[in-house]
Design a protein around this ligand. Structure first.
Ligand SMILES: Cc1cc2nc3c(=O)[nH]c(=O)nc-3n(C[C@H](O)[C@H](O)[C@H](O)COP(=O)(O)OP(=O)(O)OC[C@H]3O[C@@H](n4cnc5c(N)ncnc54)[C@H](O)[C@@H]3O)c2cc1C
Length: 405
C-alpha cells in the first residue's frame, strides 16, 4: 500500500478535473488527479469547446497552443429540416478572442490540458487509478482510497474534489443527495464514412420524418448522434439495420451512401442521457463539480463548457485557502452559490427542449413543420446573435483573474 499526501486530490480526469488540476497547480497548489482509464481515448463525451472557454484559454495565454491541435471551426450553426438548410446561430459577432465553436475530439483537449499541467512541478496525474472510497475522521473527509493495478493507495488531502462525472463514486460515498430531473431521450452513436462530394463539410443537425440526427465532421468520417426516445433502442434493433439506414436517409438524404456503410447494430453504441443535480455540492473536506454535481444532457453541447467554467471558478475561489491549509465550509458553499444557477438555468432549458422540441420531433411520423423561431432566425441574421450568446458564452461566463505561470 502506498501513502501519499497533497493539498488537493481530484478524482476524475475529464474536462472539470483536468482544468481544475491545471489551474490549481498553476497557482502553486500541490495537486494529484486520479483518472481510472489508462488514456483519454474512450466513449464519446462531447467534442465542443465554446467561445467562453477559449476566451479563458486566451486569458491564460494558452489559446494559440490549444488551436494548434486538430479541430474544426464552426462559426455558424445550421439545421436541416426536411433537407432544407436553415441558419440559426452566428458566433461571428461575440466579443471574444475566438468567435466560433471548436470541434476538437475530447481526447485531444484532455491531452492538451495534461501536457500543459505536467509541465508544472506540483501537478501529478495518476492514470489507471480509480478512487473508490473516502477517508475521513470526525465527520471531515480527509482524502481518498484508490486502487491502481491491484495496489491500494491512500491519499491524504486538504480537499478532495469529485470530478468523476455523472456516475460519481465519491458523491455517492459522501451520501450527497441527488435530484434526478429525468431525461426522456438517449443517443445512438456511430460513425459514417465522409465523402465531401455527397454531404458537404458542415457539422449539422438534421430533422426529418420521425428523427433527429447530428452529424459532426471529423475529417475522414462523420461522427453521428441519432436521438431516440429512452427505451426505443429495442424496437429499432428489431426492425433491423436496413430500416435504420432508411431512417437516416429519410432524415438526412445527403447521407444515403454513407449510411450504406453500417453493417449491423454492433456498429452503433447507445449513450445514456441523464439530467440530475446535487442539492448540496460539498461536505467538510469534499466538493463536487462538473457532471458529478450536475449531469448535463447533450442538448446545446454545453456540458463540457459548464464543467470547465465550474473548474475555472473553483480554482480561483479555492487556491488561496488550499495554500494555507483546510478550506472552510463557507468557501465550499461559495463555489456552489457561484456555479449552481448557471447549471440550473441550462438544465431547465435542456429539459424544456427535451419535452417541447426533441420528443415531438422524434415521435412525429410524417414530415416535421418548421418552427417559427427557426424561420425567424434564418430570415433575420441579426437575431442569430442571441442564441450565439446563449450557447457560446452561456450564463455567467468565468474569467481568469488569477496569477500563475
Ligand atoms: C451522449 C452525450 C453527448 C454529449 N455531448 C456533448 C457535447 O457535444 N458537448 C458538450 O459540451 N457536452 C456534451 N455532453 C455532456 C458532457 O459530456 C459532460 O457534461 C462533460 O463531459 C462533463 O465533464 P466532467 O469532467 O464533469 O465529467 P466527465 O467528462 O464525465 O469526466 C469524468 C472523468 O472521471 C473519470 N472517473 C470516473 N469515476 C472515476 C473514479 N472513481 N476514479 C477516477 N476517475 C474516475 C472518468 O473516466 C472521466 O474521465 C454530452 C453528454 C452525453 C451523455
Amino acid at each position: 500500500m502506498q501513502n501519499l499526501e497533497t493539498d488537493c486530490c481530484i478524482a476524475g480526469g475529464g474536462p472539470a478535473g483536468m482544468m481544475l488540476g491545471y489551474l490549481l497547480a498553476r497557482q502553486g497548489v500541490d495537486v494529484i488527479v486520479l483518472e481510472k482509464h489508462q488514456d483519454f481515448l474512450r466513449d464519446f463525451r462531447g467534442d465542443t469547446v465554446h467561445p467562453s472557454t477559449m476566451q479563458v484559454l486566451h486569458e491564460l495565454g494558452l489559446l494559440e497552443r490549444f488551436l494548434a491541435r486538430p479541430h474544426e471551426k464552426t462559426e455558424q450553426i445550421g439545421l436541416n429540416i426536411n433537407d432544407r438548410h436553415y441558419r440559426i446561430v452566428d458566433f461571428r459577432h461575440l466579443p471574444v478572442a475566438a468567435r466560433y465553436v471548436a470541434f476538437m475530439p475530447q481526447w485531444e483537449f484532455l491531452d492538451f490540458l495534461a501536457d500543459e499541467a505536467k509541465a508544472l512541478p506540483n501537478f501529478r496525474l495518476m492514470m489507471s487509478t480509480r478512487a473508490d472510497r473516502l477517508l475521513g475522521r470526525d465527520g471531515v473527509i480527509t482524502g481518498v482510497r484508490a486502487e491502481t493495478g491491484g495496489e491500494e493507495i491512500r491519499i491524504r488531502a486538504g480537499l478532495t474534489v469529485a470530478c468523476d462525472g455523472r456516475g460519481s463514486t465519491l458523491r455517492d460515498a459522501a451520501a450527497l443527495k441527488l435530484i434526478d430531473k429525468g431525461a426522456p431521450i438517449d443517443v445512438l452513436w456511430f460513425s459514417l464514412p465522409r465523402d465531401e462530394t455527397q454531404a458537404g463539410d458542415e457539422s449539422l443537425g438534421h430533422i426529418g420524418p420521425g428523427g433527429f440526427l447530428v452529424t459532426i465532421n471529423r475529417g475522414s468520417y462523420w461522427q453521428c448522434a441519432f436521438v431516440i426516445e429512452k427505451g426505443g433502442e429495442a424496437a429499432l434493433k428489431e426492425a433491423g439495420i436496413d430500416a435504420m439506414k432508411q431512417k437516416i436517409t429519410e432524415i438526412a438524404p445527403g447521407f444515403e451512401t454513407a449510411a450504406g456503410a453500417l453493417e449491423s447494430f454492433d456498429d452503433i453504441k447507445r449513450l445514456d442521457v441523464q439530467v440530475s443535480r446535487l442539492e448540496t455540492w460539498w461536505r467538510d473536506g469534499l466538493l463536487a463539480i462538473g457532471d458529478a454535481a450536475h449531469a448535463m444532457s447533450p442538448v446545446g453541447g454545453v456540458g463540457i463548457n459548464l464543467a470547465l467554467q465550474d473548474a475555472i471558478a473553483a480554482a480561483q475561489i479555492l487556491a488561496p485557502h488550499l495554500k494555507s491549509g483546510r478550506v472552510p465550509r463557507r468557501i465550499l458553499e461559495k463555489v456552489q452559490t457561484r456555479r449552481e444557477w448557471p447549471a440550473c438555468i441550462t438544465q431547465s432549458v435542456q429539459v424544456f427542449a427535451h419535452e417541447r422540441v426533441i420528443l415531438p420531433a422524434i415521435r412525429r411520423t410524417g414530415k416535421p413543420g418548421v418552427p417559427l423561431a427557426v424561420k425567424l432566425l434564418n430570415a433575420v441574421p441579426l437575431l442569430r446573435r442571441l442564441p450565439a450568446r446563449a450557447i457560446g458564452l452561456g450564463p455567467r461566463p468565468e474569467h481568469w483573474k488569477g496569477s500563475g505561470a
